[in-house]
Design a protein around this ligand. Structure first.
Ligand code: SF4
Length: 346
């Protein structure tokens, strides 16, 4: 397969242009064609000399893919399915809400964190997406130019695919990429401290951290992929970040009946996050076949929310969106098994 020019990190593109003996400004020209004019063929880069276009065509191509399928919910949430280079499938949710239109990007096919309440986790990890496959979800949705916010909150744990996620964030935000503002992008993560610290060295976007319980041992049960990670270490990194700007860090908390929804949990959460400028989003659990967890009733969610507020936290309840098309939080899961690799016998 030829190198995909689309989604190629800027440094790699610079190296390629230099290897082909082209002037440095070709990098800016190529990026402009890719991310501002959305071309689908090198031939369409009409301000590049013919010889340069031919040289690029020898070793590169532009691989972008339209969605294979789209479903629209009764509440106007949309779910798009894209094919990956490995012929697997990945899902992307688009959520219109007043003047906001939020695109929920996937970073992996499946996920190895294995959160007990998440359909993506039940798929286990089938593969990492490349920067191009992550960006293609933004580039190829028909509503691209109306999107106001991007959240890395679809399938996968973004920090388990760190390099590709960093490269995609850089292309979304860089001047020669899509040029989106940092504050329009949110990375949702369980927050493994080491990769999180490395991510923050390179990307300055908002964070939504999946907490789901204030108790470390229970968190390791509910989010098995966080075993071996220390909640206190994570909180130290997040406190530092929230100190500079309250909007930079928020927390997510899926409400599971009789699991993490007691007032004791609310009090312990308030203690854990005490003094931190932040907000916590309570997310109603969406049951799915094969999972025996139950959603917390709305009245108890409200009681939990009120208790957090009494203890000094800003807490909101997230509206459920796209449930009828399985696009709601925790429901993204594609059913196609990976194609078995071709075995060549020598
Ligand atoms: S909730 Fe997120 S981190 Fe947990 S299994 Fe699902 S996709 Fe992975």
């Amino acid at each position: 397969m030829k190198t995909n020019l689309f989604g190629l990190p800027q440094q790699s593109l610079e190296a390629l242009v230099s290897r082909l003996d082209m002037p440095r400004y070709r990098v800016d020209q190529i990026m402009r064609w890719l991310y501002r004019h959305h071309v689908t063929a090198i031939e369409q880069m009409t301000n590049l000399p013919q010889a340069d276009r031919r040289a690029l065509e020898q070793i590169t191509e532009i691989r972008v893919r339209p969605p294979q399928q789209s479903l629209t919910s009764s509440d106007k949430t949309r779910k798009y399915t894209f094919e990956t280079d490995a012929t697997d499938l990945v899902e992307t949710a688009l959520i219109p809400e007043g003047k906001r239109m939020t695109l929920c990007l996937s970073s992996q096919v499946g996920c190895r964190v294995g959160c007990r309440f998440c359909a993506t986790g039940a798929m286990r990890l089938r593969g990492n997406l490349s920067p191009a496959e992550i960006l293609n979800q933004y580039r190829s949705v028909p509503e691209r130019d109306q999107i106001t916010n991007i959240v890395y909150m679809g399938m996968g744990e973004p920090l388990d695919n760190l390099n590709a996620v960093v490269d995609s964030v850089e292309l979304l935000t860089s001047e020669h990429g899509y040029g989106l503002g940092n504050r329009r992008i949110t990375l949702s993560t369980v927050g493994k401290p080491e990769p999180l610290a490395r991510f923050l060295e390179r990307c300055d976007v908002r964070l939504a951290v999946s907490l789901h319980t204030p108790f470390q041992e229970q968190r390791r049960e509910l989010l098995p992929g966080t075993r071996g990670y220390d909640l206190d270490q994570l909180l130290r990194i997040l406190r530092d970040r929230a100190r500079q700007d309250a909007r930079r860090v928020s927390f997510e908390y899926v409400m599971l009946k009789d699991v993490n929804d007691s007032l004791e949990h609310a009090d312990a959460t308030a203690r854990l996050l005490a003094g931190m400028q932040t907000r916590i989003n309570l997310i109603p659990f969406h049951p799915w076949q094969g999972n025996d967890m139950l959603p917390t009733p709305a009245a108890r969610i409200e009681e939990f929310r009120a208790r957090l507020e009494q203890r000094g936290l800003i807490a909101t309840v997230r509206a459920s969106r796209g449930m009828d098309i399985e696009a709601a939080c925790g429901l993204l899961a594609t059913k196609r098994p990976p194609i078995a690799p071709v075995v060549v016998h020598g």
